[in-house]
Write a protein that binds this ligand. Structure first.
Ligand code: PRP
Length: 191
């Protein structure tokens, strides 16, 4: 267990309080303004430990976070766990070191995009136990693609910890598996 300064209920209330919707909400995460969460020092300190606690008994050896906000919340979580962190880069393109890079293209995400995700092969190895962390999960395209990359590497996949669960297919919660601090409906809007 890591340590948060407040109960899960109080943390959820603080996240809801600091959250804002922008625009007309037609753009899912594009209309969700999470920036208030990072501005509150006490909230910033609690987010990593709270995400880590979602998988308290799983003993990850590394945390993976996709660009861009997965890098922010993933780093907080890895720090709370005392393990290292791997950036999962998007649409990195080909480079001279392409053999060193593990890549997969996603199915359509919440913006109907096919995104290429990747990380350096030597950063995730067989024997690692991998926790993925992100701010928001909608279609699950990002999470499923990262899961595939981890399986390609021979490492053990634990699951996904996210701040907000906005999944459209509930089977994803079991299949990924996915655990969250908030559901989209806690933020005052639900399809
Ligand atoms: O479940 P999915 O449909 O895959 O959507 C979830 C992803 O979308 C958001 O990232 P976004 O693509 O907006 O990237 P950004 O953080 O770089 O803005 C969010 O941070 C997740 O990574």
């Amino acid at each position: 267990m890591t340590t948060t300064s407040r109960s899960p209920r109080a943390l959820r209330d603080a996240l809801v309080d600091r959250f804002a919707w922008l625009g007309d909400r037609t753009d899912d995460t594009g209309a969700a303004d999470l920036t208030g969460w990072w501005r509150d020092p006490a909230l910033l300190a609690d987010i990593g430990p709270a995400l880590a606690d979602l998988y308290a008994d799983s003993q990850p050896t590394v945390v993976l976070g996709p660009e861009s906000r997965g890098v922010l919340v993933g780093t907080l979580t890895a720090t709370a766990l005392g393990v290292g962190f791997v950036e999962v880069r998007k649409d990195r393109g080909s480079g001279a070191d392409s053999d060193a890079w593990r890549r997969r293209v996603s199915p359509p995400d919440y913006k109907d995009r096919h995104v290429e995700f990747g990380f350096r092969r030597d950063l995730v190895k067989a024997g690692d136990r991998v926790l993925m962390v992100d701010d928001w999960v909608a279609t699950g395209a990002t999470a499923l693609t990262v899961k595939g990359l981890v399986e390609d590497s021979g490492a053990t996949w634990i699951g996904v910890a996210t701040l907000v669960d906005a999944v459209r297919e509930s089977r994803l919660r079991r299949d990924l598996p996915l655990r969250s601090l908030l559901h989209e409906r806690d933020l005052g809007w639900y399809r």
